[in-house]
Design a protein around this ligand. Structure first.
Ligand code: GRF
Length: 221
């Protein structure tokens, strides 16, 4: 059997996406191994989630380092020491430095709670809710030097209802995040992602036809 893809997951908070990845690995659906979970926040609940599953963790606080660069050099060192193949950003609230990008070219993924390129940056669910879109969702993409600008791997769409709340919408999006992130990682593990400029082509033998989705649904049109 080929070696399992080795993951380094970077978090800052709750870690529900980390949990989903752990669960999919443990269920044998995602063929990868989480080698290390790194947090820049000592209070991140995701640290406890990792420890519960006996996954190695590291906490690197900015205040313990002289500069952003020094902190990033230490993150790189830990990832390399753990032979990480793919960095998975899961609610990691820091801009990725050029040094980290250079050390892991095309090997950093992020998940964003909106249909990029709409609503990049912070509070994407609120941005979409306030804007009044009828459909929003989530996106897994490779990370480049911009904020939420890298080539898109997979997206999931969810409806926004007339009498929605921001909390309900956030929850609806998160549920899909927990499905598409493991899928994106598995596609990477299978060597099925081919980056061509801005586009990520998915190598597949199956012809994909997906029905367009309308909200509100059409009434006979
Ligand atoms: C998610 O909404 C993700 O899209 C965004 O940060 C949030 C992290 O949530 N990047 P969690 O820590 O995985 O629960």
């Amino acid at each position: 059997m080929a070696d399992l893809l080795k993951l380094g997951v970077l978090i800052s908070g709750n870690g529900s996406n980390l949990q989903s990845i752990i669960d999919h690995v443990e269920q044998g659906k995602l063929k990868a191994a989480i080698k290390i979970v790194i947090s820049n926040n000592p209070d991140a609940f995701g640290i406890q989630r990792a420890q519960k599953h006996k996954i190695k963790t590291a906490i690197l606080k900015q205040k313990d380092f002289k500069s952003k660069e020094e902190l990033d050099q230490n993150i790189i060192k830990i990832l390399q020491e753990n032979s990480v193949d793919l960095i998975v950003l899961a609610g990691f609230m820091r801009i990725i430095s050029p040094a980290l990008l250079k050390a892991f070219p095309h090997r950093i993924m992020n998940i964003h709670p909106a249909l990029l390129p709409s609503f990049p940056g912070l509070h994407a669910q609120k941005q979409a809710f306030d804007y009044g879109v009828k459909l929003t969702g989530c996106t897994v993409h490779f990370v480049d030097e911009g904020v939420d600008t890298g080539p898109i791997i997979i997206q999931a769409v969810v409806p926004v209802y007339d009498h929605d709340t921001q909390e309900a919408l956030t929850e609806r999006i998160l549920k899909e995040e927990h499905r598409i992130y493991p899928q994106a990682i598995q596609l990477f593990a299978d060597g099925k992602l081919q980056i061509q400029g801005r586009k990520v082509l998915i190598k597949s033998t199956v012809e994909k036809t997906i029905k367009p989705l309308c909200n509100p649904p059409l009434t006979g049109f």
